[in-house]
Design a protein around this ligand. Structure first.
Ligand SMILES: Cc1cc2nc3c(=O)[nH]c(=O)nc-3n(C[C@H](O)[C@H](O)[C@H](O)COP(=O)(O)OP(=O)(O)OC[C@H]3O[C@@H](n4cnc5c(N)ncnc54)[C@H](O)[C@@H]3O)c2cc1C
Length: 430
């Protein structure tokens, strides 16, 4: 059954496909995406069990369901929850990836998919106001060649053109700077997207369970089942662990020093009413260092909040006074008219980074029936619909891009533990 046929079937026979549940969690509180139903479940069985309803797991579960498989999606706190790396308000969408053309191709495909899916879900998730890079040197020829080949539009702007178009951005009077503007790209809603994806998954007959999954004793190299915190078990033909930063806790022998989990986050800065338009979608692009105000959430500024590894279950999410001050100082430096504006919100979570910043989509070497999908590093969100489709096809043996498998393999290299763990905060002018 292809996706169109499946959607048709799901739409015309939704009563038969839907699995009812009790309780409601994951409502955004912002009145857009529908609530996620939870199911207690006893001795659950499915073709595929996906552990983790962040951007990797949610989209994978949805795509597998649309391919016609019975799928159970399990999350200990809920889709895009506040402890997860997919939580919070917003994430950036961009296509420039140096010479890693596979990510550029995926980003372009993902931009289309987000538009199609937000229309299907009936909630706005993708705010396309473009991406602006500001630099003291000309944009890399590699990126321009890839964009040219893929017919991905961009403009190279002089400092005068840049200042004329976005006078709100300080480009430093003394510096000769160049703008590299891509009209496609922008900002995505984070938590809201995960809720919308999980909700669509349920509407199409997928089963969502709010519980923590633990590995059960295994035999002969197959996992076969996981235990839930409720005491029940889930048996499946295939397990996909899309547990983000928790992958390190679940598989320490496999991922020690191959996955690094460090605090990170966004500080949200207020915008004065008379300048609201200038700092919001669709006027202000994603500048890599900051995301524009969407839906009144404020300007999202990357925050340096920690330097040491953290436990995603227990670390404190309140930004330090120093982190807040730094966010406000950088905002005032780049957008002088915002000097004195308040810090209005924050989302502190963690990055789960791989050694080479490539994702992990690989079979667990110890279990035939276990896949690992994650390692999103600081760029995994934007690809959600494409990653989900890719992982879904890989695990059912229908990989259409075999050249990518080595890139997403668990690498043998490890992090240098003596190196600084301080996550880099992107600069406006590079
Ligand atoms: C501050 C910040 C800014 C970022 N900016 C961008 C950006 O601009 N663009 C971009 O593309 N990406 C960005 N990223 C990266 C992106 O957000 C992450 O790569 C991505 O969200 C990771 O998703 P995930 O599904 O792997 O992990 P998560 O979102 O953490 O999901 C894992 C889920 O697994 C669940 N789980 C774990 N263990 C269990 C268990 N035992 N049982 C049940 N459930 C379990 C958790 O509750 C969690 O919900 C940013 C990340 C951060 C932190």
């Amino acid at each position: 059954m292809n996706r169109r046929d499946f959607l048709k079937a799901a739409g015309t026979n939704s009563a038969a496909l839907a699995i009812s549940g009790s309780g409601a969690v994951g409502a955004t509180g912002r009145g857009q995406a529908p609530a996620i139903r939870t199911t207690a479940g006893t001795g659950i069985t499915a073709d595929v069990a996906v552990i983790g309803a962040g951007v990797f797991g949610g989209w994978t579960a949805l795509c597998l369901r649309e391919m016609g498989h019975s799928v159970v999606l399990i999350d200990q706190y809920g889709p895009g929850n506040s402890k997860s790396s997919s939580g919070g308000e917003v994430r950036g969408m961009r296509a420039a990836y140096g010479d890693r053309e596979y990510y550029t191709r995926w980003a372009i495909a993902a931009m289309e998919q987000w538009k199609i899916r937000e229309a299907e879900f009936g909630t706005k998730l993708y705010f396309e106001s473009g991406v602006l890079g500001v630099s003291r040197t000309q944009p890399a020829q590699t990126v321009r060649s890839i964009f040219d080949r893929l017919k991905f539009p961009y403009e190279v702007l002089t400092r005068e053109e840049l200042t004329k178009r976005w006078p709100q951005i300080a480009t430093e009077d003394s510096a000769e700077v160049v703008g590299f503007y891509q009209p496609r790209g922008g900002t995505l809603k984070a938590h809201a997207s995960c809720v919308a994806v999980a909700s669509a998954f349920q509407k199409k007959g997928g089963r969502f369970v709010l519980a923590k999954a633990s590995l059960a004793p295994t035999s002969q190299g197959r996992l076969q089942r996981v235990r839930l915190s409720s005491g029940e078990t889930v048996s499946a033909g295939t397990f996909i662990f899309a547990a983000g930063p928790w992958l390190l806790t679940m598989f320490p022998e496999l991922l020690d020093r191959k996955l690094r989990v460090a605090k990170s986050g966004h500080g949200m800065v207020g915008v004065p009413p008379e300048l609201s338009r200038d700092y919001s979608y669709p006027v202000l692009p994603n500048t890599n260092a900051m995301l524009p105000n969407v839906d009144g959430l404020g300007l999202a500024v990357m925050m340096t909040v920690g330097t040491t590894p953290v436990d995603p279950d227990t670390h404190d999410r309140v930004p330090t006074p120093e982190a807040k001050a730094e966010v406000l100082a950088r905002t005032a430096q780049w957008f002088p008219a915002l000097k004195g504006q308040p810090f209005i919100n924050a989302h502190v979570c963690q990055l789960d980074s791989t050694v080479d910043a490539n994702f992990i989509v690989d079979r667990h070497p110890g279990f035939d029936d276990v896949w690992i999908a994650g390692g999103g590093s600081d760029h995994g969100f934007k690809f959600g619909p494409v990653t989900g489709d890719y992982v879904a096809h890989r695990v059912v043996g229908r990989d259409t891009q075999p050249e990518l498998a080595p890139i997403f393999r668990i690498k043998s290299q490890t992090f240098d533990v003596t190196a600084s763990r301080n996550p880099a905060v992107p600069a406006l002018i590079e």
